[in-house]
Each structure stands twice: as structure tokens, then as C-alpha cells.
Design a protein around this ligand. Sequence first.
Ligand code: KG4
Ligand code: ZN
Length: 334
Amino acid sequence: TDQINILAIETSCDETAAAIIQNGHTILSEVVATQIDSHKRFGGVVPEIASRHHVEQMTQVLEETLTKASLTMEEIDAVAVTEGPGLVGALLVGVATAKALAFSHQLPLIGVHHIAGHIYANQLVESFKFPLLCLVVSGGHTELILMKEHGKFEVIGETRDDACGEAYDKVARVLDVPYPGGPHVDKLAKLGNDTLNLPRIYLEEDSYDFSFSGLKSAVINTVHNAKQKGIALKKEDIACSFQESVVEVLVEKTYRASVEYGVKQVVVAGGVAANSRLREALRERFNDPEVTLSIPPLALCTDNASMIGAAAYNDYQKQAFRGLDLNANPGLDL
Ligand code: KG4
Ligand code: ZN
């Protein structure tokens, strides 16, 4: 048949994930085994623990993925895996598993960049229209990426210091909420007001770059100064003020870039794309019927393997297959 089923694996951080994606856009099955509870008490992901959990979970996750789709390996056309960036030990588990499957079942092997995966999560919802602009906001990345065709990524702006999700997680620590902090800050912010007058960091007028470390310091200083003066700041207001500053700059730069490059579609990707205020503010700002705004459903914003299978389909069509010498590359460029 001409149905192409790609078995995809993602183990770059703390989720052991597998999925079967048909023709790059339809999820036949998807399994994500999260390790969040194992890392919580350390306040962040412990790489060694992540690798060990991937080893323990991987085959179960694969079996469940095949069972859920009622497919056997004989009905799989290619194996795709995240090759980087990410934690090297974690990536290696996925890469070794994918290679073993490709070798034993004589299947083509495809290596996928983790961020290309996040971007292609949107293809599971809606076909791409080029030129396309993508705002990538995750725990490790904050970038504005221009795409003129499938598989080609032009970075027009990026963070000069912390990633957006990283800033969320650091502010979460100030607020004393558990890891991963982003969703907790999001929830608190809904109950607060933008009262702290935090700076909006736009950098140079024409720049599409971002900076979050100054904002993070401003939050820490404001909380510290208030404490010294004996003023009790509400956690909800701190969260809301931080979030308003982050979201305003993200949305404004994305909007400006979309106009400058005359894009037909704007997509959002990465864990912070799950943020309720960011989703709302983007919907308000992009009300031009000529520009399609795509915001993936929550489950496709955070790490998963469906996005890897979606991104891999282009490589399948181009027959851009990889040898069994494929290796994990923690610093892989897009
Ligand atoms: O893409 P992702 O799952 O993993 C990486 O590849 O980094 O992103 C994780 C990041 C974390 O920093 C987490 O705190 C943040 O996404 N995040 C959020 C929300 N949900 C997850 N940040 C703000 N608001 C949210 N609702
Ligand atoms: Zn990610």
C-alpha cells in the first residue's frame, strides 16, 4: 500500500516516548512514560537517572505502542529517532534502540532534530503553508525560525542567555513550587495581577533575539527588596507580572517577524507553547485571516514521539536515510 507507517522514538530528556505515525500526519498510537516523579525531589532532571529510566521503560513503551495500533513490526516502513540535542546518555538509549530495530527488521533509519520535531508537531494538526514562521519556546530553546520549505530552518532570532522555559523554571524556584515549574507559574499567574512593573526586554529595535536573564534577576531583586522592607508580595502577582513580561515580548517579536517576512502561517512549538496566557495572547494578536495561526494541543507541546514521526516523514520521502553508525549528538544544530 502507499500508507507509510513510521515508528518514532524520543528519549532526549525525561520522557520515554514512542509513536506510530502514518504519512507524517496521522497518529496511529502514542505512548509517553514520564519520569517527572523521579526527578522532582532533585528540583530538575538528573541525567544519570533519566538514562536508567529510559533503559527500563523503552521496550515496554515500544510494545505498548505497537499493541495500541494493532500493528506488528512487519507493518512498519521506517524507524525514526531523536538524535539530538538533549542529554547524551538519554539520547543514546533511543538511538541504540532505533538502530537495533532497523537492523533486525531491515528497515530504513531516520535521525530527527528534537526542535524540528517540536515544529512538526503542528503538522499533526494542520498542513504547513510556506513561508512559515515558528516560535520555539522550550526548556532548552527559544528561537524564531523561518521555513520556506519542508525540512529547511532559518533561525532569525534566538535567546542570548536563558531559554524561556528555563526562566519559567527559575522563577518557579523563587516561588517555591515544584519542578517542572512552568505549569505552576502559569496557574498562579491566572490568580494574580501585573503589579510589579517588570521590564520588557526587547534588545535592539530591529532584533528578533530574546533575553530572559535580566527579567529573572529583576524578579529575584524585587522579591528580595520587598522582603527587606517587610512587604509581603503575593506569589500570584509575582507569577502574573513575570508572565506578562515574557508573553508580551514573545508575541510582539513573533508578530513583527511575521509581517516583515510576509508569512502565511505562524506556528508555536515546545513546552512553553502549553502556556495558557501565551496561547491567548497569540490568538488576540494574530487576527488576520491571511495568516493561519497554529497552536498544537497541550499533549503535543511537551516532549513526545509523534512529533518525531511527523518530522521524519520528509526524510522518508526524500529517502534521506541514515547508516547504522548514527550516533547521539547532544549539541546537534538545526
Ligand atoms: O519542550 P519541553 O517539554 O522540553 C524541552 O525540550 O525542553 O519543554 C519543557 C519546558 C519546561 O521549562 C517547562 O517548565 C515549560 O516547558 N512549560 C511551561 C508550561 N508547560 C511546560 N512553561 C510555561 N507554562 C506552561 N504551561
Ligand atoms: Zn522538547
